[in-house]
Design a protein around this ligand. Structure first.
Ligand code: NAD
Length: 281
């Protein structure tokens, strides 16, 4: 095994065992619902991955699928699930068909059941360091950094990509941990001048080889979130030649990907705890 590799599969396995043990001690079985609309091949693969892991952890898993549905009816379905005491976590599988208002639909999920962490309420809590459900990929990245004991305080972290799913929540999470964070995006001019300075570089764009060897400094730690399928093979956003300069780097596949799905399962458990805390208050 390349000693520079940040091994997401190994960390996920350990987290999986720990979570299974905790779930076994619960009096009732938790239930995760994934709502999907229309057919999307990639989504089917992701839903199947979630189902397999949820069942392995010991959760019930429900895929509520609609070939097509009116926005008002979908919101009513979500509200029913919000009220249902037997449902712990709710996800709306993205992307949604364009006739549906993503923002409105996601925000109709109860923040206490929002295990993808995509409601405005949970985002605001994240920025204010309040206990909340955090988006799964950023949560998984923080877990990886923690596992490898990568200090963040006083470090210069550069994130490339500012999506609501990855880059933006990650920016706040890292800031909360006292890193000095720069957030680059498609309108950033001369990306290299920023990436070159990074002690820790996190790339979430979706462009194969966006980051090349000349754009990073020696000893950098690289977290490659990108998933790019080319001729049936998966690649990240970072050219693998960067391994030469990096102190540590995630591979694609096998780096961030496995952490995203285990973080979702951790969120289901956390959602239950947050719901119980709310009842006690
Ligand atoms: P997105 O399309 O929503 O956002 C992409 C971001 O990249 C935008 O903020 C944009 O400003 C920025 N960008 C585009 N071109 C750029 C350029 N040339 N220079 C700098 N910034 C640029 O994508 P997303 O949902 O954040 O996903 C990003 C990538 O991460 C995709 O490949 C996706 O498949 C992958 N992803 C992986 C996981 C995982 O679990 N491994 C999870 C989520 C997303």
């Amino acid at each position: 095994m390349n000693e520079k590799i940040i091994d997401g599969k190994k960390v996920r396995k350990e987290k999986e065992l720990k979570l299974q043990e905790k779930v076994m001690t619960l009096k009732e079985k938790l239930t995760l619902v994934v709502i999907s609309i229309a057919f999307d091949e990639a989504s089917q693969v992701y839903i199947r991955q979630k189902e397999l892991l949820a069942k392995k952890i010991g959760y019930n898993f429900i895929n509520l699928h609609f070939d097509t549905i009116l926005e008002e009816d979908l919101i009513k379905e979500i509200e029913k699930l919000n009220e249902d005491k037997n449902i712990t976590g709710i996800i709306v599988q993205l992307p949604l068909p364009s006739y549906l208002n993503k923002e409105r639909i996601l925000n109709s999920i109860s923040p206490l059941k929002d295990v993808d962490g995509l409601t405005n309420t949970n985002f605001l809590k994240l920025t204010k360091k309040e206990p909340s459900l955090i988006p799964c990929t950023p949560k998984g990245i923080i877990s990886l950094l923690d596992y490898y004991k990568i200090a963040l305080k006083e470090k210069r972290v550069v994130i490339v990509g500012r999506s609501e799913l990855v880059g933006l929540p990650l920016f706040h999470l890292l800031l909360n941990k006292d890193a000095t964070v720069t957030l680059c995006h498609s309108k950033t001019k001369n990306l290299k001048q920023y990436t070159k300075l990074a002690d820790i570089l996190i790339v979430a764009v979706g462009k194969k080889d966006l980051i090349t060897e000349d754009m990073v400094k020696d000893g950098v730690i690289i977290i490659d979130v990108g998933i790019n399928r080319v001729d049936g093979k998966l690649y990240g956003d970072v050219d693998s030649a960067c391994f030469k300069k990096a102190r540590l780097m995630t591979p694609v596949p096998g780096g961030v990907g496995p952490m995203t799905v285990i973080s979702l399962m951790e969120n289901v458990y956390l959602a239950k705890k947050l719901q119980e805390d709310k009842l006690e208050k």
